[in-house]
Design a binder for this molecule. Structure first.
Ligand SMILES: [Fe+2]
Length: 294
């Protein structure tokens, strides 16, 4: 049993919002004892070819929160996503709440601040967020005490957020038949990811796990919920009998064959700014493309 403040008797209501364009699942998590809620990993819609940003996905989440009379207390990012844009500031503007991410966001900001040749006006201290979580840090959603587990490997700032008997795993793990996420982004590391997954698998077997992504492997329907026990038994990359060495070898070979995510260039620029679209010197919203820079 870990030293984390696990409380399996608290069972939040979890509502999932699947984004078809990026295969991302966003969540509204409601405290069972009050109307307080949190949003985990929201999505802002982008038509990258047209440079057009819209908010259909976020508006669905906002409507759900309003229709159910909920009070938004936290907007959580499990990490700096490279495959979709966060709608956190848009949701915060409409509903309030505090925006939180892992404290190692500063490492991500440093790395990609250089890649995108950002000037000194781009702060690399995480100050765009309201709260930077360290491993084991707690926060309240209504009466529910939530906590963050530091799970680097996919990126240096990844965290799993646990709320009662539900854990939001970000890209630390996929469904058992999906395995795990890549570990080859700058600051990523396959061995570190394996170690982080072990922290997650040390939680109680009946802890509910909610994925950030699912791609419906082998043509199955999209799914996003499993348990620690299921992952321990059946995960194709880290389940029973798979060693750290096996994982590192497999992950490294596999990652070498993967293309860059379609939306990595806009995603990183926006998400390292807590979901704000950067502006040029005239104040116009503008994205860059670093040539041969990634
Ligand atoms: Fe990710």
């Amino acid at each position: 049993m870990s030293a984390y403040p696990v409380n399996m008797s608290v069972k939040p209501e979890v509502t999932a919002f699947f984004d078809e364009d990026t295969n991302t699942i966003s969540y509204v998590v409601k405290d069972p004892e009050s109307n307080a809620c949190a949003v985990v990993d929201s999505v802002m819609d982008i038509d990258y070819a047209a440079g057009r940003i819209t908010f259909t996905h976020a508006d669905n989440i906002i409507a759900f929160i309003k229709d159910n009379g909920l009070k938004l207390e936290w907007i959580i990012e499990t990490h700096v996503h490279a495959d979709h844009l966060s709608a956190a500031p848009y949701i915060q503007e409409k509903l309030g709440g505090k925006l939180g991410i892992g404290s190692k966001i500063t490492v991500v900001q440093d790395t990609f601040g250089k890649v995108f040749n950002e000037g000194t006006e781009f702060q690399r201290d995480g100050s765009q967020f309201d709260r930077l979580f360290e491993d084991g840090d707690t926060y309240q959603v209504g009466y529910m005490t939530c906590f963050a587990i530091y799970t680097p490997g996919h990126t240096p700032a990844c965290m799993v957020h646990v709320m009662g008997d539900a854990a939001f795993v970000g890209d630390t793990l996929f469904m058992p038949d999906g395995g795990s996420a890549r570990a080859d982004f700058p600051g990523g590391d396959a061995g570190t990811l394996y170690d982080s997954i072990q922290k997650l698998l040390a939680l109680p077997d009946d802890m509910r796990l909610f994925m950030c992504h699912d791609y419906g492997p082998n043509g199955r329907e999209i799914k996003w919920e499993t348990t620690v026990g299921e992952e321990k038994k059946h995960n194709i990359h880290v389940g029973e009998g798979k060693t750290r060495e096996d994982f590192i070898k497999f992950r490294t070979e596999r990652d070498a064959q993967l293309d860059m995510p379609r939306l990595i260039i806009p995603s990183l620029q926006v998400n390292m700014r807590a979901g704000q679209v950067p502006t040029d010197s005239s104040g116009k919203k503008m994205l860059k493309v670093p040539v041969n820079g990634l």
